[in-house]
Design a binder for this molecule. Structure first.
Ligand code: ATP
Length: 268
């Protein structure tokens, strides 16, 4: 695929139920993007309201922007082009413009479709005097292609950007993304909900108190919480393996299986 990965909605392994603590954002995206795409005939009757052709998700790393982007594509049954910005900006003079055109043409053919651009500020940032001519031309070309989407009433292609640095984005780009959502660091109740989702299929030791864990983890992102749980499970697995080796072959011992429950402690 050209400078990107294409994913069919059926191959996306994330849905709304995998995302915790972001119910308000999900509800707004449902109303503004998912329903209009799924019931396009109904929504096209209005001359006054059109679904957005640009959506921005912004906030610190690891708090669920990519999860939301993928779940939205799945729920709206949209194809998902994950645009690799590094490849696009690395191309030789003129090549990147051709690639941008190819991506939009492909998205048009595959619609309904999302063009997802992670770290969108890295190539659509504020104009600076030191900008390379090729970069400036690529940006202009990208915006022209995007405007083509915006002016079309029937086209169902959405540019979805994610960034940790919204302040670096070109104002002209921000104007093309009327729907903007802040995905902030999770509060205590959100951390509890995230832990419940991450650990939903694990067998937990009775001593594990998720409420206490959520209380002890201010500043942790969803990604940090997942890492914490992963480390706890690796730690437990190591102990489990060691017990197996000591008991030499009594692997299916009932006691050992009981001991395989996950313990998460913040005391160390
Ligand atoms: P980056 O800015 O670094 O790209 P991001 O905001 O896109 O980060 P994600 O990639 O969506 O973050 O999240 C990383 C991982 O953290 C997810 O795969 C998931 O396991 C976990 N996670 C983050 N937020 C949530 C959440 N709200 N609910 C459930 N899991 C979450």
């Amino acid at each position: 695929m050209i400078a990107s990965h294409l994913i069919a909605p059926t191959d996306i392994d994330v849905s709304w139920s995998d995302i915790a603590g972001l119910d308000t954002v999900i509800q707004e995206l449902r109303e503004s993007v998912v329903l209009p795409v799924r019931h396009s005939d109904l929504f096209q009757r209005s001359q006054l309201w059109r679904p957005p052709k640009g959506v921005l998700l912004y906030g610190p790393p690891g708090c669920g922007k990519t999860l939301i982007a993928k779940a939205m594509a799945k729920e709206a049954c949209m194809r998902f082009i994950n645009l690799d910005v590094a490849v696009l900006t690395d191309k030789w003079y003129g090549e990147s413009q051709k690639l941008a055109t190819a991506v939009f043409t492909l998205a048009h053919k595959l619609q309904p479709c999302i063009i997802f651009i992670d770290e969108i500020e890295s190539f659509l940032r504020m104009r600076a005097t030191g900008d390379h001519e090729a970069t400036a031309m690529m940006k202009t070309q990208f915006m022209m292609l995007w405007d083509g989407l915006i002016s079309s009433t029937s086209c169902s292609v959405l540019v979805l950007g994610a960034t940790n640095r919204p302040q670096d984005l070109d104002k002209a780009i921000l104007r093309r993304m009327p729907a903007q959502f802040h995905i902030g660091p999770p509060l205590e109740c959100q951390r509890l909900a995230i832990l419940q989702v991450i650990l939903q299929h694990e067998q937990l030791h009775p001593s594990v108190d998720l409420k206490r864990l959520a209380n002890l983890t201010p500043g942790y992102s969803g990604s940090d919480l997942r890492e914490l749980c992963r480390h706890a499970s690796i730690y437990r697995m190591r102990q489990f393996m060691r017990d197996i080796m000591v008991k030499e072959g009594s692997v299916m011992d009932e006691q050992l299986l009981d001991d395989s429950e996950l313990v998460i402690s913040m005391d160390d």
